[in-house]
Design a protein around this ligand. Structure first.
Ligand code: PGA
Length: 252
């Protein structure tokens, strides 16, 4: 089946309100209503409302970079699914490698956040990906399978259709070193196969699996032309609206 590509901008802890406004205004003017791909922008939480307001009515969705699994309460610094929605978000990133490896999020925490995102009506982008040592030791697939299994424990096929998976090898994030299209395709096939085994072929067929890790306009075309690669999660090259828009159109 043909899946619509999703091009996602993860700004991480970058941009001011002014920078977010400038980006959103520029992107809005360059994206037409009937583009053959979907787009989503993940600003830092404080800039989510203004970004969502400007992009409101455009085909570009907005999301949060993280969420907490409770709805409300005494959880200093955290943000719930309901808060993301009230701020104008419809997507949320869950289990980004920087949160897993710098902030210590475990597979169990990622699973709780994933359930909270689905329960709260958001579309989660679940990030998985191995470190270089795992790849070199031939354990990349086992590692990613464990991350998927832990995050999706207790899920049903219907839930899985509501998520997006982003394969982001840790060694490719922010390093300028991209996975080759062949390596990315092999892992995307593996991920789709693992989902088919657990949740059925239909759910696996509908699942969008994005690639992330040093995607830029120069390499996006060769990745996005692959039918197994359903889009890109872009960090550094998503900070300028023109560069991000060029990634979306790179495959044509
Ligand atoms: P990068 O980041 O494009 O800067 O490598 C990707 C990501 O972390 O999502």
């Amino acid at each position: 089946m043909s899946r619509k590509k999703l091009i996602a901008a993860n700004w991480k802890m970058q941009k001011t309100i002014v920078g977010a406004k400038t980006f959103a205004e520029r992107l809005k003017t360059s994206v037409k209503k009937d583009e053959p791909y979907d787009m989503v922008v993940f600003p830092p939480f404080f800039a989510l409302p203004v970004t969502a307001e400007i992009l409101g009515g455009s085909p570009v969705a907005v999301g949060a970079q993280d969420l907490f699994w409770e709805n409300d309460g005494a959880y200093t610094g955290e943000v719930s699914a309901g808060m993301v929605i009230e701020a104008g978000g419809t997507y949320v990133i869950v289990g980004h490698s920087e949160r897993r490896h710098m902030i210590g999020e475990t597979n169990e925490v990622v699973g709780k956040k994933l359930r909270a995102a689905i329960g709260g009506g958001l579309t989660p982008v679940l990030c998985v990906g191995e470190k270089i040592a795992d790849r070199e030791a031939g354990r990349a697939e086992t590692f990613v399978e464990e991350q998927l299994e832990a995050a999706l424990a207790g899920f049903l096929g219907g839930d899985v259709e509501r998520i997006v998976v982003a394969y982001e090898p840790v060694w490719a994030i922010g390093t300028g070193r991209t996975a080759t299209p062949q390596d990315a395709v092999a892992m995307h096939r593996f991920i789709r196969g693992a989902i088919a085994n657990r949740f059925g072929v239909d759910a696996a067929d509908r699942l969008r699996v994005l690639y992330g890790g040093s995607v830029k306009p120069q390499n996006a075309g060769s990745l996005l032309r692959e039918t197994e690669i359903d889009g890109a999660l872009v960090g550094g090259a998503s900070l300028k609206a023109e560069e991000f828009a060029a990634i979306a159109t790179a495959r044509t």
